[in-house]
Design a protein around this ligand. Structure first.
Ligand SMILES: Cc1cc2nc3c(=O)[nH]c(=O)nc-3n(C[C@H](O)[C@H](O)[C@H](O)COP(=O)(O)OP(=O)(O)OC[C@H]3O[C@@H](n4cnc5c(N)ncnc54)[C@H](O)[C@@H]3O)c2cc1C
Length: 441
């Protein structure tokens, strides 16, 4: 590889740090632009905090990659806002890699959704962010009014986490009223029935109306485990069983309910606060999902929409529906710009894991699932992400081997510009910055 290239990477989490590692291994300088204080993405703000051990392990991997020689980090640099896409190209980067994940909640289409003016209706991403951070001393964000009998609209992995958070929050409140102090992470690890038993308490004493997850198809269709490529009908039966087992295990431990075959029709509110939801029932007719005339009305004062995350639009990059316009998911080349490539969730959106992870041995274990599985294997998902990035990098290396290296003058101007961007945050080096941020929390 020719020496002297400098590559910009947007987003420093799982995909961005792996891209940086791959580039640095070839002696290519990398600058990671991260919108947040720290580059942990969905690991820190998407994975609920009861996965503490996995979060620590994954963060450590990112830290190691970000402290490699030739890898520079610029915090609080949101591309499209603080720094524009055009600016990156004008500064002379040899390539720009989009590794900014999928942070926009897919908008919920339902009558009345715009009438809700407070947090009694919310989306999954800010809700999980709140759950992961509200206990920190520096937290200044919103507080979500989780109440018993919450309604969750969804069906994927994240929606299981959301319904669990609702159950754990209400159970902790009830236990506190009964004089028992427990935090949601401990309660998650023990499971609600076991914790009650260990504390000589009766489940009925909780007097909790369960939170309920509404899904448009059957439980066996819930995408908590996905079929492998070229799945045989026999294998598909196993995938259905794994899905049911994963969901039923979670129901047993956290006591929520699942209502399949429901699509949301309307959110009802009074004075800007949620009072209930109307769903329409669905059924399969000759293998096709159809909506029926049957409706159910569910009174509730808290609704979370967890129907998926999609990449956020960035000024200067065109979208093709919910995703960026790219040539294909293997090369990840962004069609608007010759030297811009996408990796990770930024390219696939979340629904496309099979496409991006086709070659991943780790993903195949996640995808096929195991009948003994008690919960989704997030570690495989993150590992699969790294492998997918490795596949994407071939095209980027090819581009770098063909394009000319920036002149000394461009490199020196670029270096000063990067230092100026870092200086805006008083940033010195990655580890000092990380420790400063963590100690302030
Ligand atoms: C509940 C849950 C469900 C999951 N389901 C799936 C799934 O279905 N499919 C799947 O593939 N993976 C899934 N995952 C795994 C996980 O989301 C991904 O595999 C992995 O985190 C994606 O890594 P990433 O680096 O692409 O994105 P992220 O972890 O989202 O990291 C993106 C980074 O870019 C930063 N960023 C965003 N926008 C900008 C900007 N404009 N400028 C600068 N920085 C920016 C963000 O702050 C973040 O640090 C799931 C994870 C969780 C927690």
């Amino acid at each position: 590889m020719k020496k002297g290239h400098i590559v910009a990477v947007i987003g420093g989490a799982c995909a961005g740090s792996e891209a940086a590692f791959q580039l640095a291994s070839q002696d290519i300088e990398v600058v990671i632009f991260e919108q947040n204080d720290l580059p942990y993405g969905k690991i820190e703000d998407g994975l609920p905090r009861w996965h503490g051990k996995l979060q620590d392990k994954e963060k450590k991997k990112i830290d190691e990659k970000l402290t490699l020689p030739g890898v520079h980090f610029v915090p609080h640099a949101k591309i499209g806002e603080n720094v524009t896409v055009n600016e990156l190209f004008e500064q002379g980067f040899s390539a720009v890699i989009l590794a900014n994940g999928a942070w926009r909640d897919r908008p919920l289409v339902a009558t009345g959704v715009d009438e809700v003016k407070d947090l009694s209706f919310c989306y999954q991403n800010p809700f999980i962010y709140w759950f992961n951070h509200y206990h920190e001393k520096s937290y200044e964000g919103s507080t979500y009014p989780v109440t018993e009998g919450a309604v969750i609209v969804g069906g994927g992995l994240a929606s299981i986490d959301v319904v669990k958070v609702c159950q754990l929050e209400v159970a902790c409140q009830r236990l506190k009223e009964m004089g028992v102090e427990v935090d949601p992470v401990t309660l998650e690890h023990r499971g609600i029935p076991r914790f009650m038993e260990e504390n000589n308490l009766a489940l009925e004493d909780l007097k909790m109306k369960p939170a309920k997850l509404f899904y448009r198809k059957r439980v066996s269709d819930m995408p908590v485990a996905s079929p492998p490529d070229n799945c045989t009908p026999e294998r598909m039966q196993k995938v259905y069983q794994v899905r049911e087992k994963l969901v039923n295990n979670a129901i047993k431990k956290y006591l929520f309910e699942v209502e399949p075959h429901c699509v949301i029709k309307e959110i009802h509110s009074e004075n800007g606060s949620v009072t209930g939801v109307t769903f329409q029932k669905t059924r399969y007719e000759e293998g096709k999902l159809v909506t029926t005339d049957e409706e159910i009305h569910v009174p509730t004062s808290f609704v979370v929409s967890s129907i998926g995350s999609i990449p956020e639009p960035i000024e200067g990059i065109s979208m093709d529906g919910e995703v960026y316009r790219i040539s294909d998911t293997t090369t990840g080349r962004v069609l608007d710009h010759e030297s811009m490539y996408g990796v990770g969730n930024a390219v696939t959106g979340k629904g496309n894991i099979q496409v991006s992870y086709r070659h991943s041995k780790y993903m195949s274990s996640f995808v096929a699932g195991s009948l003994n599985a008690t919960e989704p294997d997030y570690e495989s998902l993150f590992k699969g992400q790294e492998e997918a990035v490795q596949n994407n990098m071939q095209e980027i290396f090819q581009h770098l081997s063909e394009c000319s290296v920036p002149s000394d003058e461009v490199r020196s101007r670029l270096t000063s510009w990067i230092k100026a961007q870092q200086g805006k945050q008083d940033y010195q080096d990655y580890l000092t910055w990380r420790d400063q941020i963590l100690s302030a929390r």
